[in-house]
Design a protein around this ligand. Sequence first.
Ligand code: A2P
Length: 348
Amino acid sequence: MRKMNVAIVGATGAVGTQMIKMLENSSLPLGTVKFLASKRSAGKQLSFKGETQTIEELVPDSFDQIDLALFSAGGGISAKFAPEAVKRGAVVVDNTSHFRMDPTVPLVVPEVNPEALREHHGIIANPNCSTIQMMVALEPIRQALGLKRVIVSTYQAVSGAGNLAIEELAQQTRDFAAEKPLAEWEASILPASGDKKHYPLAFNALPQIDVFAEGGYTNEEWKMINETKKIMGDDTIKVSATCVRIPVMSGHSESVYIETEKTATVAEIQELIANAPGAVLEDDPSQQIYPQALNSVGKKETFVGRIRKDPDEETGVHLWVVSDNLLKGAAWNSVQIAETMYEMNLFE
Ligand code: A2P
């Protein structure tokens, strides 16, 4: 195939910045690469493969001659501009939640359901960050043992909420160090920028990610529930989630409890993870080896450890699952989707 022209929408954001890095090291045959953001950033410069590039304002015509558009500038921008990109002949990989549950849009983790890419109509959705890493860890277990139920609690990093949230946490941390009274700390973004109240995240744990929805669950929790069933192609898997934001910069951690159809030993499950694509086994309690958020930063893999049988339930297994939310949870999964499509000749 001829070279591919690529656009990154939201190129200045927490995820967009990582998309640029992933693209720099990608196997895709790149032609021109456009960096798109809001009017505020237009004219600013950034470096790509050692060359200076200028950021452009996103407009519908930005997608003329573009083959692949990676979107991460919020759901509203995707809703408005992804169809414009498709109309102009681009394939869109969208990192927002806007199209994820649309039955005509594939929702893809390349290690789990790459074949779904063949059904695309121009837009492919990148799943929620917490869902992606859980899928990498659970798919090999599901294939070997069957999966009946998942109960997950997340410990999610602030970078998933974007650059402004990162800055807010950094400022609160400085305020703490300066012994500024808690009442004077600025909090205007978390737990959800669109919600009524805002709380500090520094030295805190907030059991709310996104806004509250049906049944007392937040949207983030519903994303994990619904997206798991769609990606695994099985509505019968029981899934429940509690999503918590913690003051970690990058790297989401998850305590995952599963019940399988068949029983297996810890050693057998460890072997499944060790042989699974995209997963790394880090599980040796005798040496205090287990996945840690700090160690996951900058890596594309999903790290799995603390694998142990439930004391009372024969088919119950606990796991600790960690990955860089900006990479496998967002930028890398998006670029990996594009690379997989290229390998499957889906850009022809
Ligand atoms: P900008 O930096 O120009 O505001 P984050 O997820 O870190 O908050 O980043 C959000 C990304 O979405 C940024 O790149 C931001 O660009 C981009 N963005 C926000 N609003 C718009 C818009 N109206 N048009 C294009 N890009 C936008």
